[in-house]
Design a binder for this molecule. Structure first.
Ligand code: NAP
Length: 344
């Protein structure tokens, strides 16, 4: 007789008691199914960019050491929650078994991408085969559990799995952009030449229209050129977003002193909160998609400079996010080609 599971997976929390699986330090990753769970044979992990960057740094770029750190995290926590960034990533795999009480349309053999974070997903890694540091993807032999409440996307059959995986990893960003940006808006996207940044640029331009203005701030000339070649924005420049006042001055110049209605932060490093806040006009909105964002720095920083801006925490989920993101790749052939070259 299978044990009954809680829809949110609290039955797997070992410590601390009473919390949900995401904030938990340790969860039970035995691969014996509860009645409402789904067992997945995992093929590839897509590690969150902020998390992978941190692990790579810690490992001094050594692939074997990256593998050791990743295995160590999972052995200790029962999930891939990076203890230094708190973030996870997502995975693709094949459904192996579905619990009898699971309510949903999954069946054995379905190829899926989980859209809940690895930071709450029970995971076992038997072996790590391939680490692709340039795209934060890791091929493994292993299993994972999806809870009843866990969202997922069936992998589309009109694009390679790796391509869908990389885009779905950041699906919250373009989907939120689609909801936030209105015709005529001035939008600044920081980290605009990165994975989520490029998807956001496309959605921002589409929603802001000809009367709007989209400004791409790249981390380096290379990623800035990448965005420019795709013709996704109105202005492009490379800038270090840890220099808040410097970026503010550039955005003042480019907007005739008006600043941005919406600022979207897609970087993978710390200390860019103030550049995002200063680039935004009073009453505007800053969307912090970056997992390297500090709530304290953003809240106290905005207060410290007397900025009345709406700040949105980058919820990885917004309704329809997977469909919106895959649709961007279907609509924009040059972006799809770039993503296929870089991530598939
Ligand atoms: P990515 O492809 O690595 O892009 C990050 C970009 O940040 C890069 O293009 C990089 O530019 C730029 N950058 C780095 N340092 C910078 C600086 N000092 N100033 C300006 N730009 C800088 O990462 P991603 O996959 O798009 O992810 C972006 C962020 O979203 C990460 O923090 C990730 O953890 C987070 N994320 C959040 C969620 C969520 O649910 N909220 C889900 C997935 C990911 P260069 O390439 O030129 O260095």
């Amino acid at each position: 007789m299978m044990k009954k599971g809680c829809p949110y997976g609290t039955h797997r929390v070992i410590s601390p008691k009473g919390v949900l699986p995401q904030p938990a330090d340790v969860i039970d990753n035995t691969m014996e199914l509860y009645d409402n769970e789904v067992l997945i044979d995992v093929k590839t992990l897509n590690i969150d960019s902020a998390s992978f960057t941190e692990i790579e740094k810690r490992a001094g770029g050594d692939i074997e050491e990256i593998k050791n750190i990743m295995k160590g995290i999972v052995e200790k926590a029962g999930k891939h929650k990076n203890p230094w960034t708190g973030s996870g990533g997502m995975l693709i795999g094949t459904v192996k078994e579905v619990g009898p009480a699971y309510q949903g349309d999954l069946k054995a053999g379905d190829k899926i991408a989980t859209l809940v974070s690895l930071s709450l997903t029970p995971l076992v890694i038997q072996e790590i085969h391939d680490v692709r540091p340039d795209i934060d993807q890791v091929d493994i032999t292993g299993q994972a559990i999806l809870f009843q409440s866990g969202i997922y996307a069936k992998l589309p059959d009109d694009m390679p799995e790796g391509l869908a995986l990389s885009a779905l990893d950041v699906a919250g960003a373009p989907a939120q952009t689609a909801k936030l940006v209105k015709p005529g808006d001035t939008v600044v996207i920081i980290g605009g030449g990165g994975k989520s940044g490029l998807l956001c640029l496309y959605e921002a331009k589409k929603r802001a229209g000809v009367t709007g203005k989209v400004i791409c701030v790249g981390g380096s000339p290379k990623s800035t050129e990448r965005a420019r070649k795709l013709d996704l924005a109105d202005e492009y420049f490379a800038f270090d977003a840890t220099d808040a006042v410097g970026l503010y001055n550039r955005i003042m110049e480019l907007t005739g002193g008006q600043l941005a209605d919406i600022v979207i932060n897609c970087v993978n490093i710390e200390n860019t909160e103030m550049a995002s806040i200063l680039a935004c006009k009073d009453g505007g909105t800053v969307y912090f998609f970056s997992m390297a964002t500090s709530f304290t720095k953003a809240a106290l920083g905005a207060e410290g400079v007397g900025k009345d801006v709406n700040m949105i925490v980058g919820n990885g989920y917004t309704k329809g996010h997977a469909e919106i993101t895959l649709q961007v790749l279907r609509e924009c052939e040059p972006l799809r080609r770039l993503f296929a070259e870089m991530y598939a």
